[in-house]
Design a protein. Structure first.
Length: 434
């Protein structure tokens, strides 16, 4: 059996050893930068945004594309580690002759080198970078920026390929539709009925447009800007609202929103008091904005009411924070609310609806999908609007209109609008959809 022997010294071994040390240091810095950059939270990022200089800007620019940043770090780190393994194997082979002790050679050349890479090139720098993330990010901002530019073409291919995989996985994972989720919730026990309604509201939440739940223009309570103080107080007392829109000439020109709490210190003043100075700026939103996005905006801007406008800038209605929350938790009533039921149930299959009820609320009451009237509703958001879309003109009292398994009987109309509609529902078989 040939013993383990040292081979004659070669100048190249010293150079190789120095390069290995340099590569180990590079591996440590690159590994630490991965933790450092991705450990920066909102507070640290805000701190960087407030600072001047090239380094904070470099860090923030790198974080704008986290996938490209991570791909760059992983590519460089793996290249460096492969370089360490190859050089280490060559150096140990040039220094030691393992002879017939192949297992010992394997342990030194593979296991020992891997341990050194893990300890010095991975574990220690990542532990340090976790504790001093911002300091480490400052140190590596310029080197990583240079590496990101050098490897941009390679990282672009990697990110594109992973994006394709993620898209396919998302399609596969997202195959469970909202209807299927709602159906799953319906299978819960009766004791969870209240929770079921809240969960259903959350499931539908992201798909609801503002126009579906807003207070329509015809039902809005607003005041003209030239209204006297005494008339204003009378309107506020009758409406019971804490916020009220103020317009100039007509509803399409909303000047602002008046908060009742702003009026409290001035209630004792004479009828000449200029209440117009208390108006706050209005917040306008389009009809097709999703209510989950609007809720986020309400939180950011600390407001409770928004004016809804159509594509021409005309006022369509208004929506409040309470309207949005009611989509999740159900009707919210306070002591000032007057009961104005929008429907009454006559029997299991017959309902009497106020014609101004929204299509969204109509479907929610009957526990049917909103898509039922999608093909014929057009731009209509109320049950009356749907009837007009089907009929083409204002129907007469007691006129019957049939659509799918619904029979609509017009119970009350005036010269301009439908007021009440009797709805009869014919049962469909289990495999059919309304």
């Amino acid at each position: 059996m040939n013993p383990v022997t040292l081979l004659p010294f070669q100048p190249g071994v010293l150079v190789g050893g120095v390069i290995i040390l340099i590569l180990l240091a590079a591996s440590a810095l690159i590994s630490g930068s991965e933790v450092a950059f991705f450990s920066l939270g909102p507070r640290e990022k805000a701190n960087l945004e407030s600072r001047k200089g090239a380094t904070p800007r470099r860090i923030l620019k790198l974080l704008e594309k986290p996938e490209h940043l991570l791909a760059t770090i992983l590519i460089v780190n793996n290249l460096v580690n492969v370089g360490i393994v190859i050089l280490s194997t060559w150096v140990t082979g040039a220094v030691i002759n393992f002879g017939s002790h192949a297992v010992l050679g394997f342990l030194i050349q593979t296991v020992a080198i891997t341990f050194v890479i893990l300890l010095i090139g991975e574990i220690l720098p990542k532990v340090y970078a976790t504790r001093y993330a911002q300091r480490f990010a400052y140190l590596m901002a310029l080197p990583v920026t240079i590496l990101e530019v050098l490897f941009r073409s390679v990282t672009g291919v990697m990110v594109s390929s992973t994006s394709l995989v993620k898209k396919r996985l998302k399609e596969s994972a997202g195959s469970l539709s909202m209807d299927e989720l709602s159906h799953a919730l319906e299978l819960t026990g009766e004791e969870l009925k209240e929770d079921e309604q809240i969960l259903k509201g959350i499931v539908r939440f992201g798909n609801i447009d503002v126009s579906e739940i807003m207070q329509p223009r015809v039902d809005m309570v607003a005041v003209e800007i030239k209204t006297s103080f005494s008339e204003l107080l009378d309107t506020l007392m009758r409406s019971g609202f804490s916020r009220i829109p103020v317009f100039v000439e007509d509803m399409d020109h909303i000047k602002g929103i008046l908060f009742v709490k702003d009026l409290l210190p001035h209630f004792h003043k004479s009828g000449n008091f200029r209440w117009q100075s208390l108006i706050r700026p209005p917040y306008f939103i389009p009809e097709n904005k999703k209510i989950n996005d609007l809720l986020e905006e309400f939180q950011q801007h600390k407001i409770h009411l928004a004016m809804v406008v159509d594509e021409y800038g005309g006022t369509s209605g208004l929506i409040t924070l309470e309207d949005i929350l009611e989509e999740i938790v159900g009707e919210i009533s306070d002591e000032s609310d007057e009961e104005e039921p929008l429907f009454s149930q006559i029997d299991r299959h017959t309902y009497l609806f106020d014609a101004k009820i929204s299509v969204h609320d109509f479907c929610k009451i009957l526990n049917i999908p909103d898509e039922v009237f999608k093909e014929i509703r057009g731009e209509s958001e109320t049950l009356a609007g749907v009837i007009l879309e089907i009929r083409g003109e204002l129907p007469e009292i007691e006129e019957k209109i049939i659509f799918r398994n619904f029979t609509f009987v017009i119970k009350n109309v005036d010269d301009r609008r439908i007021k009440e509609i009797l709805v009869k529902i014919q049962e469909v078989s289990g495999n059919e959809s309304c």
